[in-house]
Design a protein around this ligand. Structure first.
Ligand SMILES: *Cc1c(COP(=O)(O)O)cnc(C)c1O
Length: 381
């Protein structure tokens, strides 16, 4: 079997054609032709939100951090089991990350631990929808309302997923989506900020345009545009937008294929779960799972042995995240903390290949390899 990579390049059917179109007319660049087409595709999904296409989810998180006016010492509640951008966006403005543990069941923030982490300095809760599996947004929103906090959804892995009838990212005050190449629908590099709280929709336009009132100028509301706020060049470039436009039109089949792969994985590994060899996501998430397929092993050494066994069999499986609270950057602050589930999961999680070049025969092969790992191990024990 040829090497099965963890991920693969996402494909674009029409990018070359779109690029030629862009090259034919400067005004298409200037008027953000493809960014606008993407927004038209996305608006029906996120009705009620104001949308800002950004060059990354990292940029979208930074916009949210600017909009909530962080003051030095403000505290932001978030998981430690997340990508570094979730924290950096806020810490870069002087905030202190307050890390709360995740639940073993779905690797999302444990709602029952949030209230005790709230202090008079708490400004926001950042809910990361791990693997695009929804956090309990109603409970989180009620907590945030009670304590007058912002609810920010890091739905970087959540495009195409929902919580009840709400698309992920569309429920809190702000939502963040990633279209990075490591995600399932991609601009190669890109992101989206969803501004759901009415109070911030106008100001977000200025922050997005490098802190100028260019948006008002473009709408003929002012005669010239000038510096009015903080901001940066958060916009997505047109080449990425052309790529994303193509992917958005393919997104239904991309998502459906990945759901089918998830169901197959789940059924082929279920016997191992039943015999207590590994754990998977809750069964209720499988049919809608699109971002990644993870398994949780009994120990770090077992996870590492399985990973190496898979590599020997030409399968690339990866783990993550190095918990933020144990990072060298955080430890410099001198505060050490034990966060039980986060630490255990980061040592024992293994993510299996999931992309749109994976076929049924690949999944059968991968499941066979995982099964044989446990059978061989049992004999040698
Ligand atoms: C991927 C990811 C990000 C960063 O996304 P970029 O588009 O690469 O900036 C942030 N948060 C989470 C949870 C992610 O998975």
């Amino acid at each position: 079997m040829k090497k099965i990579k963890f991920n693969t390049n996402c494909k674009s059917k029409h990018f070359v054609q779109y690029f030629e179109l862009l090259q034919s007319d400067y005004d298409l660049f200037r008027n953000k032709h493809f960014s606008n087409l993407c927004i038209k595709e996305l608006e029906p999904i996120y009705s009620g939100s104001t949308l800002f296409l950004t060059h990354s989810a990292t940029a979208a998180l930074e916009m949210a951090a600017t909009l909530i006016d962080i003051l030095p010492g403000d505290e932001i509640i978030m998981p430690s089991f997340t990508f570094v951008s979730t924290a950096n966006a806020f810490v870069g403005k002087g905030a202190i990350p307050v890390f709360v543990d995740i639940k073993e069941s779905d690797l999302n923030l444990d709602e029952s631990l949030i209230e005790q982490a709230i202090t008079s300095k708490t400004k926001a809760v950042v809910a990361v929808h791990y693997a695009g599996h929804p956090c309990k947004l109603k409970e989180l929103k009620a907590l945030c309302d009670k304590h007058d906090l912002f609810l920010i959804e890091d739905a970087a892995m959540g495009f195409g997923s929902s919580y009840e009838a709400h698309p992920l990212g569309g429920y809190g005050d702000f939502g963040i989506i990633s279209f990075d190449i490591t995600k399932h629908v991609s601009a190669i590099q890109g992101g989206l900020l969803l501004v759901n709280n009415e109070k911030y929709k106008q100001r977000a336009k200025n922050v997005y345009h490098i802190g100028t009132n260019r948006d008002a100028f473009e709408h003929g509301e002012v005669l010239y545009y000038e510096w009015v706020d903080l901001g940066s060049k958060y916009q997505m470039n047109e080449l990425n937008a052309a790529f994303l436009f193509d992917q958005l039109q393919e997104s239904k089949s991309i998502l459906n294929d990945r759901k089918a792969i998830s169901l197959l994985y789940y059924s082929k590994l279920l016997a191992l779960q039943k015999s207590g060899k590994l754990k998977m996501m809750p069964e209720s998430h499988v049919a809608k799972n699109v971002h990644e397929f993870y398994i949780i092993l009994g120990s770090e050494s077992e996870k590492e042995s399985l990973r190496i066994f898979m590599i020997k069999n030409n399968i690339e499986a990866l783990s993550h995240y190095a918990p933020l609270h144990n990072s060298s950057y955080c430890l410099k602050s001198g505060k050490s903390q034990v966060i039980t589930n986060t630490e255990r999961i980061s040592k024992t999680i293994l993510r299996l290949p999931l992309h749109n070049d994976i076929k049924e025969e690949h999944i059968s092969y991968i499941a066979e390899v995982v099964n044989s790992f446990f059978n061989e191990n049992r004999e040698t024990k």
